[in-house]
Design a protein around this ligand. Sequence first.
Ligand SMILES: [Fe+2]
Length: 482
Amino acid sequence: MAIPRESSPPAPRTGPRIRLDVGTFVWILTVAAAASLFLPRAAWVATDTSWQFAFIVLTILSIALEFVAVELPQGGIVSVATIGHIATILLVPPPFAAISVGSAVLVEEVVHRRPLQRIAFNTSCHVLTISLASFVVGVIGDPSVLVQERAQLQLVVMVVAITLVYHLVNDLLTDAVMALATGRPLIYLIRANGRSTLFAEAGAAMLGVLFALIWLVEPLWTTLLTIPAAVIARAFQYIRQLERETRSAVATMAQVVDDRDTTTFHHSERVAHYAVTLAVELELDQELIELIGQAAAVHDLGKIGVPDRVLLKPGPLTADEQMTMWLHTEIGARILRQFHLFRSGAEIVLHHHEAFDGSGYPNGLSGEAIPLGARVVAVADAFDAMTSDRPYRVALSVAETMERFEVGSGTQWDPVVVAAMLTLLRDGRLTVDPHAPEDHAPDHGHDHDQGHGPDDDDDHGHDHDHRPAARPAIGHDQGTAA
Ligand SMILES: [Fe+2]
């Protein structure tokens, strides 16, 4: 799986945008799909009736597979119907291939009582996709003849071409309708949706090719494919289960930390919510958004290794205690690195207290050297700290929070992330999470871990959470922590 980008978020979009409403788009698509059934057929015409058996079997198979969706390890769902679709493209001539797949999709959509517009979109999308793929097959040749003649090169070209056409047309149309429905830029959706399932989709397509090749030798042998297919599906299921268990085990550990310190009740949950909202606003890749959400939910996991006398200490920390508190980023990262699933998240956890100007901890990284996810979590973490009650002050108002973000932009936090936060707050698209901690009246403790944290008020005045003097700590008077 591709490693999520850890660079800067994309620049704001400029330039004119074409507005087209979803309804019109679906109607145009429906007309195009109907017209595609009459595409010219270059080399492959249904002259004999040998394909009819394949048509019946594959239509039934496609309908059955429409109801199966395999959850992939590391997220995403792959529709195994692709297997039936690709086999149909190779075994059934146009326009019957498109009719077979179109009716399978239609049956599934109607059974699930989808809205009319969605039924029209999904059916038309598949009819058009299959018609175009069938057209490509027609240009290259009749697959059964190519197999008989052992025309390997043409077969390879055909397989690659139809797989590409199938996925590109299908994905592009789906992304286009999503772009129209959500107002998000098409290019963002293409990038966000195209990655995680690519490998699995290609695998399903190759199973379809295999089905077609076996069918051409002897249709009965295709039943053997159900065995490896079942084994793969079972393996996916086990991996998913393992991942769910790992995730919940780590989340439970993080919960234990939250519960230990009643001043920060539900803190991790809220930070995860804010971080994901920010990541979406920054238009990051879907994978990175998920990674940020997961890392944010466990960002203070390392506090599990910080003794109560330090974590819950009501007064200022001694230098030694402060060093112990700072260790929570490294402890958290060390624990998370043990889990394959959380390895990339461990870097976010390790660096969530770095400051944009290099005055944070544990490594004093600055600017883009700090993983993007960590820069996002830092802003989300600060927002929660500022908008939560503390023993030494009540929660700040959103307006006060915004002022502090403005002051700390470029020094404490990444200015791009801060700008996104300010936009969200200004538009009212991010509000203080209802899981407010008021009902857990704090009676002790401070956010000892917040490196020159924005929640440390002037009147509070403790310096215990600043970096060692060796690094140029930003004082309260410089505003970021004020
Ligand atoms: Fe922390």
